[in-house]
Design a protein around this ligand. Structure first.
Ligand code: ADP
Ligand code: MG
Length: 468
């Protein structure tokens, strides 16, 4: 009967899916109109139920009549003392072993193992966590830009799976330290709780492994491997966009780990609510724990990062050079480090001491190419030219309508396009306090909503600003 079912199923789904999800199934027995099949794991069962329940039901009814029923026998995952979940994949005779040498090896067990995801039962499992040793909390400079994310990360490292920060989602733009912080949590856990199985994986690598596992017919081992972790760090989940099947499998792994009280750490370039191309059910999981963002560090933090880096590389630099670099490279930490590295390289090549002058001439190109901060002076100039009002007037006390308007728009744009604090914006525009700036921004916001002409003005000026 099962063979007949298989025939029908085979004709209705892609060959690859059939091979992956149906070939490993064993028919156990037929009692009256109840057919019992054996599936290799709980995960397997869930997957079948989720994706093929309709097809299975129809097929079984076709073979056994309206009363026909299907029962599952799930191979229980054998557990040993040290490993909560071990695979117990029955030999399914599909010859998968030996075909998959191309699989990137995520575990450093024993080079002879053909299938890298098979976790040998009873033997204490060792997994190379794939962490960079330099990415520690020690080396991660704290600042306003990362305080919440850092302290949440530290809490998670102290009690993986035992805080309400599960998953912990770290998000922020490129080069702001997501990978560093996520790995710092992993390194800290490995240092203090040596028995924990920690694994770092990028979304791309996970996807590649999944594709290979599909090809080699060892999905079950792949999933079991990931589900055996105590701490799973998944980097750059925005790259899951559009990859539905990979999201699906991650969703299952996520659920399994979360239900078993295991820690998930996820990074992304956007907040969960702004991620596109990801399934809603996955996004809603990401919102379960805590999302914390990383911002662009302020000048002091940038200087501290450079100093720390120089210190650990054993290099001493004049303070003014560090300040110059930190002041001018202000969009991301990776570029900041890159600029410093190229400066050091240049000085070695040219056998010249690094001083401010050298830094200035060497970094000229670097700075031109990186997005330079828009200054408040420049905003003021653009706005005043646009409204044809004298530049000095916006800083004056005058309450003339068109001047007030130019002043408020300037403050609004300064808040939007510079990293200046409200206090400093107020001070710049004629020594006003920060509540004046807040009021100005609200007024402009309201006018944009209600006054089409006004909205057009602001849009025009912003366009000019962007072109510069
Ligand atoms: P992302 O993953 O967000 O793109 P990374 O974690 O790769 O960024 O960080 C880029 C570089 O900046 C790394 O070398 C990292 O060590 C460094 N870095 C970022 N933030 C900090 C920080 N707060 N303190 C020290 N180094 C940092
Ligand atoms: Mg990264």
């Amino acid at each position: 009967v099962w063979n007949n079912c298989l025939q029908i199923i085979k004709d209705n789904i892609p060959a690859q899916s059939f091979k992956t999800w149906f070939e490993p199934i064993k028919a156990l027995r037929l009692d009256g109109n109840v057919l019992t099949i054996q599936v290799p794991s709980l995960f397997f069962y869930e997957w079948l139920e989720e994706h093929y329940v309709g097809l299975l039901r129809k097929t079984v009814k076709k073979q056994l009549g309206e009363e026909g029923r299907l029962e599952y026998n799930i191979v229980v995952e054998k557990s040993s003392n040290s490993i909560p979940y071990t695979t117990n994949m029955p030999s399914n005779g599909n010859g998968a072993e030996g075909k998959n040498q191309s699989m990137p090896m995520p575990i450093s067990l024993n080079k002879d193992i053909k299938n890298p995801f098979v976790i040998p039962g009873l033997k204490k499992l060792q997994v190379d966590p794939q962490l960079n040793q330099n990415y520690t909390f020690e080396n991660f400079i704290e600042g306003d830009c990362n305080r919440l994310a850092r302290s949440a990360g530290y809490a998670v490292a102290g009690k993986p799976g035992g805080t309400s920060f599960n998953p912990l989602m770290i998000y922020g733009g490129v080069g702001l330290g997501k990978t560093h912080l996520a790995q710092a949590i992993g390194n800290e856990i490995k240092r203090t709780l040596t028995d924990k199985l920690v694994l770092y994986v990028s979304c791309e690598k996970f996807t590649q492994q999944f594709v290979d596992a599909l090809k080699n017919n060892n999905i079950n081992d792949f999933v079991n491997f990931y589900q055996a972790m105590d701490v799973l760090i998944m980097d750059d989940v925005h790259n899951f966009a559009g990859k539905e099947k990979t999201q699906d499998i991650f969703f299952h792994i996520f659920n399994h780990l979360h239900q078993s009280g295991k820690q998930l750490i996820i990074t992304s370039d956007k907040a969960p609510k702004d991620l596109s191309g990801l399934e809603e059910r996955l996004l809603s999981r990401f919102k379960w724990g805590l999302s914390a963002d990383l911002q662009i560090p302020d000048l002091e933090t940038r200087m501290a990062i450079l100093k720390k880096k120089m210190y650990s590389d054993g290099i001493e630099l004049p303070g003014e050079v560090i300040e110059y670099v930190a002041h001018n490279i202000d969009n991301n930490v990776r570029e900041l480090e890159g600029a410093m590295v190229s400066l050091l390289a240049q000085s070695t090549l040219n056998k010249k001491e690094i001083d401010l002058n050298l830094a200035k001439s060497m970094l000229k190109n670097f700075i031109k190419n990186s997005s330079k901060e828009i200054s408040m002076e420049y905003i003021q100039k653009l706005v005043c030219e646009y409204f044809e009002v004298p530049i000095e007037m916006v800083k004056s006390k005058t309450r003339k309508r068109e001047i007030v308007q130019a002043r408020q728009i300037s403050m609004y744009l300064a808040k939007l396009h510079t990293k200046t604090s409200l206090k400093s914006i107020g001070a710049f525009f004629g020594g006003r306090d920060h509540s004046t700036v807040i009021y100005a921004c609200q007024t402009v916001d309201d006018l944009i909503d209600t006054d089409k002409k006004f909205k057009g003005y602001v849009a025009d000026i912003q366009k000019k600003l962007k072109m510069s």
